[in-house]
Design a protein around this ligand. Sequence first.
Ligand code: FAD
Length: 345
Amino acid sequence: MSDAVAPVETDVVIVGAGPIGLFAVFELGLVDLKCHLVDILDRAGGQCTELYPEKPIYDIPGLPVVSGQELTDRLMEQIKPFGATFHFGEMASALEKLADGRWKLSTDAGTEIVAPVVVIAAGGGSFVPKKPPLDGIAAFEGTGVFYAVRKMESFRGRNILIAGGGDSALDWAVNLQPLAKKLTLVHHRDGFRAAQHSVNRMRELVAEGKMSFHVANVRALHGTGGALEAATLSSPDKTEWRHECDAFLPFFGLTMKLGPIADFGLNLHENLIPVDTAKFESPTPGIFAIGDINSYPGKLKLILSGFHEAALMAQAAFHICRPGEKLRFQYTTSSSSLQKKLGVA
Ligand SMILES: Cc1cc2nc3c(=O)[nH]c(=O)nc-3n(C[C@H](O)[C@H](O)[C@H](O)COP(=O)(O)OP(=O)(O)OC[C@H]3O[C@@H](n4cnc5c(N)ncnc54)[C@H](O)[C@@H]3O)c2cc1C
C-alpha cells in the first residue's frame, strides 16, 4: 500500500497568508470560491506580523490607526465565515499544469493542492531563517538543528538549546520548557527584544530552576551522523565550555527570499510578476498575482492597493472556476445572499 496522500482539491490556492492573501479569501468567499492558503511562516500576517507587529499603520481606509498584528487579527476575523484552510510552515515549492487544465501546487512538506486558479500573494518572497555561521551545521539540520518549531511534540523529552533574544527565541523557550527534558537559552547579552511578558516568564522559569539562561554565544556543534550531542558555548570573557544538547534552535531572525516562485515559469521581471490591471492575472492564464509581488504601471506597494487587486482578481477567478455562470454585482450592505454567506443575516 502506498503512503501517498491524495491531493487536496479546491477552487483557489493562495500562496502567502500576508494581509493581501487574507483579504483575497474574503473577496473569493463572497463569490462562493473556497480557498487553501500556504505560508512558510507558522502564522498569518506576512510582513505585518513578522516585521512590524506593534508599529502603527495609518493608511488603512476606515482604521485611523491599527498595528500590524491588529490588522492581521481583524482580517482573520473578517474571513472566518469562509472557512479557508491554512497550510502553515510549508513552502510552496512547485507548480505544475495538469492535463485537465487545473494547476497542482506542491509544498516542501509533501502537500499537493489542485485548483483551477492559483493566486500568488507572496509579497517580497518567503521568510527564510538567518543561519548561524557554524561549521558543519548543515549536517544536523532537520535532525538536531531546527529553525522553526513545526510540531512541538517532536521536542518532548529532548535536551534543548535555544539561541536568540527576540520573540521567537523567548516564546519557544517558554512554550517548549514543559515538554523538554532540559532547556537552556543563550543570548549574547542580558537584554531582549522580545515582548516583556515572555521575558518575565522566562526569568520566572529560570528562578524556579525549570530552565537555564546564559549570556553566551554558540561557537561549535558536535555530534556524528546527524545526531547532535553538544555545543561549545562561549561567554563574553571568552571562557568556553561544552554544553550537552540534542536539539539546537537558533532564532536569529528572518530574511526574505523569492525562493521557488522564481521557477514557476511566470516570466518574472526584477523578481515581480507582471499582471494586467483588469484582472491581476499573470500572462499565464489561471495564475494571478496580487500584493507586493506583482508589477504594473503605477504600482504602489501599499496594503490598500493589494485589497483592491484582490477584489478584481476574485471576479476573474469566478469565471475560471464557474465557467458559464453569471456573476451579479452586489453590495454587502444590501444583499441578503452576501449577508447569509457572512453569517450576519
Ligand atoms: C516596516 C514596514 C512598515 C510598513 N508600513 C506600511 C504602511 O504603513 N502602510 C501600508 O500600506 N504598507 C506598509 N508596509 C508594506 C506592507 O506591509 C506590504 O505592502 C504588505 O505586507 C504586502 O502584503 P502581501 O500580502 O502582498 O505580502 P507579505 O506581507 O510580504 O506576505 C507574503 C507572505 O507570503 C509568504 N510566502 C512567500 N513565498 C512563499 C512560498 N514560496 N511559500 C509559502 N509562503 C510564501 C511569506 O512567508 C509571507 O507571509 C510596510 C512594510 C514594512 C516592512
